[in-house]
Write a protein that binds this ligand. Structure first.
Ligand code: FAD
Length: 317
């Protein structure tokens, strides 16, 4: 018996979330006294997984699975879960994993708990703490089915290095045409910038920046910090920034370690998407801006004065 974990990769390289869910799987496996088996799709080098507690890697090498395909990946994972007699399956909360998990739940007749933020409180039945109402509350969920799928929120558990044997085995799932009824085309934009999903630090700008011509200082601050840039909804609606940068309830969710909001008022719909960030810093010239109530640190001041000074200071480190 083992805990099964879906380790996501892109162009053969594991994503950071893959290492985080591997760490989490190890934590669950320790509670159950079993080992961890990871399923990797077309990964180049699986040795890193052992560092994060994976005892065995089932390596799927298949040209048809070069690009993510929810149906086929879910079927392959279901077959792996049955082969390994896995009662608990761990996935991340990336867009792809959120798409795949319900399909996997149907294949395995398993209960699925999403947005889980900590190791299970109990393993029989599997009982987990999850965020609810766009991160404003927690709930405790019991999964009463024979198999349980746990979707772990990004940055909630973190990376935990440990020792594991890390053996490697080729795994050839049986896939048919029924696994490829939907073909999602993705367009990869070549960019050397940090993406919002992977970023440890996010620098975000709002309508308080007055116009797109003032984004130079946001980009410079992001460069100094190795951060991704983001924006509020009206900023992308007005075309000041691309839609891919829009964060919030109707945009991308952010779960970075540090979120710096500049000239953003802190409307509830904005906060809903960034609440999961660990430390929030706000720069706003209105001391009554609602964002200050949600912030860990705040600077009441004009962004056009504060941000250049901050960049200057950070460059001296
Ligand atoms: P504003 O509310 O105009 O705030 C600008 C802020 O900049 C103010 O607080 C002001 O004090 C400050 N400021 C002005 N000048 C300066 C200066 N020189 N220096 C420093 N600070 C300055 N919004 C999102 O962001 N994401 C979403 O996903 C989202 N989804 C929504 C979904 C729905 C259904 C609805 C109805 C709304 C949604 N919104 C969303 C919009 C949201 O309600 C707010 O309107 C929006 O977040 C406000 O954006 P803002 O803070 O950039 O602008």
């Amino acid at each position: 018996m083992s805990v099964l974990v879906y380790t996501e990769s892109e162009q053969g390289q594991f994503k950071k979330t893959a290492l985080e869910v591997a760490s989490y799987a190890k934590g669950v496996a320790k509670m159950l006294g079993v080992s961890v088996t990871a399923v990797a799709f077309n990964a180049e080098d699986t040795s890193t997984l052992a560092t994060y507690g994976v005892d065995k890697v089932l390596n799927v090498k298949n040209d048809k699975l070069e690009k993510f395909n929810a149906e086929a990946y879910a079927d392959a994972l279901a077959q792996a879960a049955k082969k390994e007699d896995a009662k608990v399956i761990i996935v991340s909360q990336s867009a792809n994993a959120k798409y795949l998990a319900p399909l996997l739940a149907v294949d395995l007749e398993a209960g699925y708990a999403s947005n889980v933020v900590a190791l299970p409180e109990n393993t029989s039945p599997v009982t987990v703490k999850r965020t609810a109402f766009t991160n404003k509350a927690f709930n405790i969920t019991e999964i009463t089915t024979d198999r349980a799928i746990i979707g772990v929120s990004k940055n909630a558990y973190g990376l935990h290095e440990t020792e594991a044997s890390g053996t490697n085995e080729d795994f050839i799932p049986e896939l048919g045409s029924e696994d490829f009824t939907v073909n999602v085309e993705s367009v990869d934009k070549a960019t050397d910038k940090v993406t919002i999903a992977d970023a440890e630090v996010v620098v975000s700008g709002g309508r308080g920046l007055k116009g797109p011509e003032n984004w130079g200082m946001i980009e410079e601050l992001a460069d100094v910090l190795g951060a991704a840039t983001a924006c509020s909804k009206p900023v992308s609606d007005m075309g000041w920034r691309p839609h891919s940068e829009h964060v919030g309830q109707t945009g991308k969710p952010v779960a970075s370690n540090l979120y710096i909001a500049i000239g953003i008022s802190g409307a509830i719909q904005h906060l809903a998407g960034i609440n999961a960030s660990k430390t929030k810093v706000v720069i706003n010239n209105d001391p009554e801006a609602p964002f200050f109530k949600a912030a860990d640190y705040g600077v009441v001041g004009d962004a056009f004065e504060v941000v250049p000074k901050l960049i200057e200071k950070l460059k001296t480190f």
